[in-house]
Design a protein around this ligand. Structure first.
Ligand SMILES: [Mn+2]
Length: 333
């Protein structure tokens, strides 16, 4: 069996100040671009960074940004339009009733697609952060979904050669997001009918939505809509972006088994937040955990025929007995 070795990326945001409402000044003094690239380049296997527009260092000069990343052996993995950090987006970017704001969001998303081509990014991440609501009688749902779909249709048609990955999430910053789970994400994609619109499956968001991540992955694989994977962890009750691999072992292992089985060739994006621990060490820990899950998944993939036979009979107990032997006894009967 071919060795599992996924592409791994992170983001400069990993080294941010981590400002929050209780500690508005943040927990760290943010590192500058050179310091961050220097630090990231020392982590083996971490070969890419996700960037954003507008606001990311050097993003107005993509050639210079590419050259700078190259100096450190890094490349751009993905890019996203930054449509959450200003109060003008407070009623959403794509679904808001304010036409002027929707137009502005669409314009920024199109410019981000142009940058994606210049930077050789694999895909463009669309996170509809404020597209949601907080209260009953706050939203005209039909209109909101119409506007959302119209906006995304216009963006997708702008360049069918650029992949757009919608990232669903239950809530935060809104009390309720419109695109909150895999079902709604796929519903929207089916409504839009553009070949270049898919999904960013964020492991933490899937757990938070009470999904089995491997099942959500399967739906995306079935529809050929798996464009990005984001890795982090949580207790399924919120999205604190805790270190990948630290909490939900079995769901994560099952997801890695299927990622390997499907031959996923995109990027695994380490999407974690680390206000109380050294961000660089935490990033390394996530990379190490990815390698651990790759090697465990590999061992299982060597037994995929037996695992497949058991799945075909819904034979959980024989499957888990086999998997347990492989994982804990380092052997299989
Ligand atoms: Mn994410």
């Amino acid at each position: 069996m071919k060795k599992l070795k996924f592409n791994i990326n992170a983001s400069l945001a990993t080294f941010g100040a981590f400002k929050e409402r209780y500690v508005p000044e943040g927990y760290f003094k943010p590192k500058d671009l050179e310091q961050t690239l220097e630090a990231v380049s020392k982590i083996d296997r971490l070969n890419g960074l996700g960037v954003w527009y507008p606001g990311h260092p050097l993003i107005e000069n993509p050639d210079k940004l590419k050259k700078k990343f190259n100096e450190y052996g890094l490349r751009v993995a993905d890019i996203c339009p930054e449509l959450w950090g200003d109060k003008k987006w407070k009623h959403g970017a794509f679904s808001t009733h304010e036409k002027k704001i929707r137009k502005e969001a669409v314009k920024i998303a199109k410019a981000t697609m142009d940058l994606a081509l210049e930077l050789d990014a694999y895909s463009v991440l669309i996170w509809p952060a404020h597209d949601g609501f907080d209260y009953v009688f706050e939203s005209d749902y039909v209109k909101a979904y119409d506007y959302f779909i119209e906006s995304l249709e216009e963006i997708a048609a702008y360049n069918p050669g650029v992949k757009l990955a919608i990232e669903y999430k239950q809530k935060d910053p809104r009390a309720k997001s419109y695109i909150e789970d895999i079902g709604k994400a796929l519903y929207i994609i089916k409504c839009i009918k553009a070949d270049n619109i898919g999904v960013a499956l964020d492991l933490g968001h899937s757990l938070f939505a009470q999904e089995r991540p491997a099942e959500s992955l399967a739906l995306l694989e079935r529809e050929d809509k798996l464009y990005q994977i984001h890795l982090n962890d949580n207790y399924r009750d919120a999205d604190p972006d805790l270190v990948f691999g630290s909490i939900n072992f079995w769901d994560t292992l099952e997801m890695f088994y299927w990622l390997g089985k499907y031959g996923f060739d995109g990027w695994l994006n380490i999407d974690t937040s680390s206000p109380r621990n050294d961000p660089l060490k935490m990033l390394k820990l996530s990379v190490n955990f990815i390698e651990d899950f790759e090697s465990l998944a590999e061992k299982l993939l060597c037994r995929q025929d037996r695992i497949g036979d058991n799945l075909a009979k819904n034979n959980f107990v024989d499957n888990m007995s086999l998997i347990r032997e492989v994982i804990f006894k380092n052997q299989a009967k």
